[in-house]
Design a binder for this molecule. Structure first.
Ligand code: ZN
Length: 79
């Protein structure tokens, strides 16, 4: 599959990625997410089925498979 970014010559590869998002002010980490990634520009595409499953995930009731430390860099806030 060719990269969808205009002018990018990359061929997208199927990879397992780690996705982090914030829900209810808490960071949530999902690993082993199947995605298409462009090795040239890094553009990432998720299947609509994967997205649906991701949105359906309820971190309050689902059992985590692991815990990840959360860090904040000592940089001045950009806000
Ligand atoms: Zn690309």
């Amino acid at each position: 599959m060719k990269c969808v970014v205009q002018g990018c010559p990359g061929e997208m590869e199927q990879r397992q990625i780690v996705h982090t998002f914030v829900r209810g002010g808490k960071p949530i980490v999902v690993e082993g997410l199947p995605a298409w990634v462009c090795p040239v520009c890094g553009y990432t595409v998720l299947d609509i089925q994967v997205l649906d499953t991701l949105f359906a995930l309820d971190p309050e009731t689902a059992s985590p498979v692991g815990q990840a430390p959360v860090f904040r860099l000592p940089l001045p806030s950009a806000v």
